[in-house]
Design a protein around this ligand. Structure first.
Ligand code: AMP
Length: 421
């Protein structure tokens, strides 16, 4: 039996480096540290929601909703969907629990699996993982700048370099409306790709996202979104860019960046890592001022992003920045004979109580094999205890990396601890 197509296991030792659990832990610990620095609090919502939430909150003209949802009927005949993204769930939860009554500004982050029935390929999975954050209740462009700085600084702290930060403005509803109309009038329907033809009536803005070369060529001379932006949208974008500049981030204006989801307004952004396929974004987001209200909540603005954890780990490996696997333990205990075994079992428990990581193998394998097991798993030291060590009270502590040995009074835990730490 294998895991379903487009899914994968995360293991201590996996063939694909990015599937190794220590890297996931490395990512998560870094994120938790950054969220503290920036004052984001965690939100956890259900893995599945009522389908209607995503129809309304993500938009039924988006690929995610129209093609990629894992939708099923539960035993009560209700339509449920495995979450394809989390912003809609966060807004649902925010509205349901009236978080607007619990403060003026809300900074939330999340981490977990998302599900999209997409064609599996490198960097694209059916169960994938996102870390994301939302700032709800702030209209100032400084919030946009802060959320972008937060996303980029997470990537930088992990060790990634050569990041490209693309930014654009999709303006307000009126300018998008006028631009959509102009696009509709300009683009020759019969020359567009099949997907774009559909979008011409449902959501013309999304045609800018098209990867089809024919569509791209047609767009060259098409009306430009920036020409439809009002002065307040232009000012908004400029403030975001200027603030990011003072925080040390160069931005690249990407005039066709509109992002896949329908609910964005004003700022949209994406981050890619240099050397990668530019379409393999590590992270993307933007402002979505009307979403909470649309989902029955308060009329509060929001800005957020989602980061693909698989892609970040793959970028770390590509840039040779992934940390090496940590050792399994400080001490690997090897005992010979029954008396030594029972003393070792006691020592094992006592050392763990002292906060030292210790592992013991109970299979009775030869010393040589146990030493190999200890080195293979990156243990720092091995201690061999037999009858002689019991009577003398002395044992050899072996440093498995340097192969040096040292005689120690193995029953004196204070001394042993000093050597191990
Ligand atoms: P989105 O929610 O589509 O804006 O995606 C945000 C980020 O999630 C992307 O930049 C990717 O890094 C990641 N992502 C989206 N879809 C997938 C997928 N099917 N497999 C892996 N990562 C994904």
């Amino acid at each position: 039996m294998t895991s379903p197509k487009g899914t994968f296991d995360i293991l201590p030792l996996a063939n694909e480096l990015w599937q190794q659990s220590h890297l996931w832990r490395f990512f998560e610990e870094n994120v938790y540290a950054s969220t503290k620095l920036y004052g984001f609090e965690e939100i956890r919502t259900p893995i599945f929601e009522k389908t209607e939430l995503f129809l309304r909150g993500v938009g039924d003209s988006s690929d995610i909703v129209s093609k990629e949802m894992y939708t099923f009927e539960d035993k009560g005949g209700r339509s449920m969907t495995l979450r394809p993204e989390l912003t809609a769930s966060v807004m649902r939860s925010f509205a349901e629990h009236h978080l607007e009554q619990k403060g003026a500004l809300h900074k939330l982050f999340y981490m977990g699996p998302m599900f999209r029935y997409d064609r599996p390929q490198a960097g694209r999975y059916r169960q994938f993982h996102q870390m994301g954050a939302e700032i709800i209740g702030g209209k100032s462009p400084l919030h946009d700048a802060e959320i972008i700085d937060f996303a980029v600084s997470i990537l930088q702290k992990l060790g990634l370099t050569k990041l490209n930060l693309f930014i654009n403005s999709v303006g307000d509803a009126d300018s998008r409306q006028a631009f959509s109309q102009a696009l509709k009038e300009y683009l020759p329907e019969n020359q567009l790709s099949e997907d774009s033809r559909k979008r011409l009536s449902t959501n013309p803005l999304r045609i800018l996202d098209s990867k089809d070369p024919g569509d791209q060529a047609l767009l060259e001379k098409a009306p430009k979104l920036r020409d439809f932006l009002g002065s307040s949208s232009q000012d908004h974008l400029q403030i975001v860019q200027e603030q990011l500049k003072t925080w040390g981030h160069d931005t690249i204006i990407h005039p066709r960046l509109v992002r896949g989801l329908d609910y964005y307004n004003e700022t949209v952004f994406e981050v890619t890592a240099g050397g990668q396929n530019a379409q393999n974004a590590l992270c993307g987001g933007g402002r979505y001022d009307g979403l909470l209200k649309l989902l029955g909540g308060a009329d509060l603005p929001g800005v957020g992003f989602a980061m693909g954890i698989e892609r970040v780990l793959q970028a770390l490996i590509a840039q040779e920045k992934a940390p090496s696997m940590p050792g399994l333990c400080s001490l690997f205990l090897i005992s010979l004979g029954d008396a030594a075994k029972s003393l070792s079992l006691k020592l094992l428990k006592d050392l763990r109580a002292d906060g030292i990581s210790v592992v013991m193998d109970y299979s009775g394998k030869k010393i040589k094999d146990q030493l190999k097991m200890a080195s293979d798993r990156g243990c720092k030291y091995a201690l061999i205890i037999g009858d002689e060590e019991i009577s003398s009270g002395q044992a050899e502590l072996k440093n498995l990396a340097s192969r040096e040995t040292k005689k120690i009074s193995w029953q004196n835990r204070a001394i042993l601890k000093g050597d191990l730490l």
